[in-house]
Design a protein around this ligand. Sequence first.
Ligand code: KG4
Ligand code: ZN
Length: 376
Amino acid sequence: MATTADYTSAGAGANAALIVLGLETSCDETAASVVRLSDGRAEVLSSVVHSQIDDHAAFGGVVPEIAARSHVEMIDGVARRAMAEAGLDYADLSGVAATAGPGLVGGVMVGLSFGKAVALARGLPLVAVNHLEGHAVSARLTESGDPAAYPFLLLLVSGGHCQLLEVRGIGDMSRLGTTIDDAAGEAFDKTAKALDLGYPGGPALEKLAASGDADRYDLPRALLGRAGYDFSFSGLKTAAARLAMTVKTDQDRADVAAGVQAAIARQLTERTERAMADFAQRHETRRFVVAGGVAANRTVRTRLEAAATRHGFSFLAPPLAYCTDNAAMIALAGAERLALGLTSPMDVAARPRWPLDEARALADPAHKPGRKGAKA
Ligand code: KG4
Ligand code: ZN
C-alpha cells in the first residue's frame, strides 16, 4: 500500500526521513501501521487493523474487559505484521507513536505499554498521541487528490466522539463544540440495536433507511437554531428507542431508520454550518474536513458536502480505511510531532479522557468530564 500526503505546508517538512510505528488500541480495533515522512511527503508503508467486532457482537456493544484482553492477545502479532508488510525491522524506525487516550483505558494501556517497550528496547523516542489528533490528521492521508492543508475546520463524528475542531496544525487545535451527551455514532448504534440490526449498527441502519420515508415520524430536533456549536443526541436516541418498540412492519422499521438518519444528518449539518460561518471570519482559506466512522454515511456526507458548497468551503473526507479507527493516523500524528521535536517521557500515563483543547474544556463547565459531562 502506498498512500502519500503533501507536507509542504504542514510545518513538518523536515528533510530527514522519519519512519514511525503507530499503535492504536483505544476501543475495539487493535491496529499498527508504519508511516514514512520524507522530503515533505508522507507515505503509509503498512496499515494493519484487527477488528474485535465478533468478540463484542453478542453483547450489543464494546465490553471494556473483553477489549483489553483481546488487545493483549493481538498487539504483538498485529505490530509484527505491520513491520513485515512495511518490509522493515524495528532498527529502521525513527520513533514509536501510541494512542495514550481518550478511550477505554484498559485497552489504551496495552498499546501504550507495548509502544514503551519497543521504544525502550530499541532506544527510540516515544510519542504519546491523542486519538482525536490522529483523526484530525487522517485527512492528510489521501490516496488521490490533495491532502488537507492546515488550517481546516474539522467535524469528527464517530461512535465515541462528536466534535467541531479548528485545526491550525499539530498540537494547535481548538474545540469549537462537542456533544453534551451522546456521540452521533452512538445514536446510530443504539437505534440500530432497538431495531434488532446487530452491532455495530450504523452501516445496517443506513441500508435499511434507503427504503424508508424520513418524514413519516416526528423526531426531536435538539439545539436547532440554538447559539453555539454543541451537539445533543440523547433525546433522539430515546425517542427512536421508544418508536422502535411500536413498529409492526418492515416498512415501519425502515421509516424509523430513515427518520433517525435524517435527524442526525440535519443536526450535524446545522451545527457545522454555524461553525463554518465562524471559521470563515478568522481564516482566508476555507477547508472543511469530516472524519470518523459516521463520515462513511452517505446521507451525512451529502448534506455536509452541500453545506460546504453553500459556504464556499472545499470538502474533504479521508478514504474510508482512515475514517474509521486505524493506526496510520496515529503514526502520522506521531511523525508530525517527532518532526517538531515533540516527544513524550517514558512515564506518560494512559488517559481515559483527554480533550484536545484542555484549556477550553476546563473553562466550560458544560464540558467538564464526569457522568453528566461530555464523554471526551
Ligand atoms: O471512528 P469509528 O470506527 O470508531 C470510533 O472511534 O467510535 O466509528 C464507529 C462508528 C459506529 O458508531 C458506527 O455505527 C458508525 O461509526 N458508522 C456509521 C456508518 N459506518 C460506521 N454510522 C452511520 N452510517 C454508516 N454507514
Ligand atoms: Zn476513533
